[in-house]
Design a protein around this ligand. Structure first.
Ligand code: ADQ
Length: 466
């Protein structure tokens, strides 16, 4: 059987049970843990002279290297997170473009391909993840690497009109066409990609998801990332710590909890969510003392400027809500700015009557699926979910909200707080069906089966036309 080589921007050797914040890390780790293989990428450190190092835990060998300060600034902070991330999340207003950062991005992709090359065996299958590494396969091909190479985009793929705001979009997406298989979270993303390729570069769509562009034939398909529901359910059920972080209602009952867990990122709609919670308290005073909102949001990319700004705004808004509504014995909002172990999160999900997941844009959003999977089937909570999360395509019996509609979200929260058990059970059962159907194993197995098939026709003389 072919060996699996996973390439992603950030690789942190993970020992079982250690916290992993970030959907890509969770998804890739759980996928590799079963099959075994190599996980290659940046070790998260800045180094004057980066050198490749490797360590093995269980069945996974982690091959990692550092980045120079300049590469970090240009490739990671710059083009990846100050240009691509905002634009792919429809925030052109937050994006900036600098040509030297794009050159740095291209050059890091080249250097990573050069470092990976000596580790490869002839029949390895290479699975590359996310927007930091769009040009990676193109660089591999230039080095003569003929292995099958697939790419999965974890974040949304926006409409072509948005994408063309990236000045070197033609060059960037030409390199994307060097992959044998390109995977997206939803059909909307795949369609937007196909529109871009047919409209902007006059690529030709063929049957079965194949496209031809720049003289190369490749496949684009949809693979919604999933979770491992039985494991989550078992972890959540066996968690013995505090489920109800704090409160008791005036009647002495455990206080119903609304829970949100996100990386601290402007795409996650945290500020809009805080405003909706305030609207709930203002419109429905009967919930005072009878609800608590727990927002867990560890900082991420804290040295990118827009992230510092969002953090300040959230702190101000959290202080405002508690200042306005808190009582000596009731704290309406708990805002925790740090990471938590997975088992603790799953236990908290199970104890929370409402999961509030309201990104402004999200490729999928694993928290939505984790929250549902963690519920007690006999007394499940309610998921309130943004229509702009990829997960809303599958979890369509959640209470679907528009995160720009503050009053609409407050109404949905009120409805969730009052929802009868029978309705909660019906909605939960339907969501669990789709979570089980599209679980993490299926995501990995479908992608890898298609990658084997998609690259099967590649000839050693195939060239990518430029
Ligand atoms: P993210 O933007 O990181 O992922 P998400 O899918 O919600 O978003 O995944 C977050 C993961 O990190 C979840 O597994 C969650 O449990 C964990 N996590 C979050 N906060 C945590 C905390 N405080 N402590 C510990 N763990 C925490 C990107 C895309 C998403 C896409 C995923 C997977 O932006 O759209 O769903 O990749 O493809």
């Amino acid at each position: 059987m072919s060996r699996l080589v996973v390439v992603s921007n950030r690789v942190a050797p993970i020992k079982d049970g250690k916290a992993v914040a970030g959907g890509l890390a969770v998804g890739v780790y759980e996928a590799l843990r079963d099959s075994g293989g190599i996980w290659f990428g940046w070790n998260g450190e800045i180094s004057a002279s980066p050198e490749l190092a490797s360590e093995t835990h269980g069945r996974i060998t982690y091959a990692t290297l550092g980045l120079t300060r300049r590469d970090y600034d240009h490739y990671y902070r710059g083009f990846s997170n100050a240009t691509l991330w905002p634009i792919f999340h429809y925030r052109i207003d937050l994006a900036r473009y600098r040509r030297d950062e794009y050159e740095g991005y291209r050059s890091v992709n080249r250097k990573l391909a050069e470092q990976l090359k000596p580790l490869l065996r002839k029949d390895d299958v290479i699975w590359v993840h996310d927007y930091h590494l769009i040009p990676f396969a193109d660089e591999c091909r230039r080095l003569g690497i003929r292995n099958r190479i697939g790419f999965f985009l974890h974040i949304p793929f926006p409409a072509p009109e948005i994408l063309t705001a990236i000045p070197p979009h033609n060059d960037l997406f030409r390199t994307l066409c060097a992959y044998d298989l390109i995977g997206f979270q939803t059909e909307v993303d795949r369609q937007a990609f196909s529109d871009y390729i047919t409209r902007e570069v006059r690529g030709v769509p063929g049957p079965d998801g194949y496209l031809t562009a720049y003289g190369h034939r490749f496949r684009a398909e949809v693979y919604p990332i999933g979770v491992v529901p039985d494991e989550i359910q078992a972890t959540a059920a066996s968690y013995k710590g505090r489920r109800n972080l704090i409160g008791r209602t005036a009647a002495g009952e455990p206080c119903p909890t609304i829970i949100s867990v996100d990386r601290l990122d402007y795409s996650k709609g945290l500020l809009e969510r805080f405003c909706a919670y305030e609207e709930l308290l203002q419109r429905y005073p009967e919930h005072h003392r009878n609800v608590q909102f727990v927002q867990i949001a560890p900082t991420s990319r804290s040295d990118v400027k827009t992230y510092q700004h969002i953090r300040q705004q959230l702190e101000t808004q959290a202080g405002h809500i508690n200042g306005r509504y808190a009582e000596l014995d009731w704290m309406p909002l708990h805002y925790l700015n740090r990471s938590h172990e997975r088992r603790v999160l799953m236990g908290l999900f199970r104890g929370a009557g409402i999961g509030l997941v309201t990104p402004l844009r999200d490729g999928m959003n694993l928290v939505a699926k984790e929250y549902v999977a963690a519920q007690d089937p006999e007394n499940p909570g309610v998921l309130v979910l943004s229509r702009f999360a990829g997960a809303a395509r599958e979890l369509n019996t959640a209470l679907i909200v528009n995160p720009y509609d503050t009053v609409g979200m407050a109404e949905a929260l009120d409805r969730a707080l009052r929802m009868p058990l029978a309705e909660r059970k019906d909605r939960y059962a339907s969501m669990m069906l789709s979570i089980r159907h599209n679980d993490l194993g299926r995501w990995r197995d479908r992608f890898l089966a298609d990658l084997h098939a998609a690259g099967a026709g590649r000839q050693p003389t195939d060239k990518i036309a430029v």
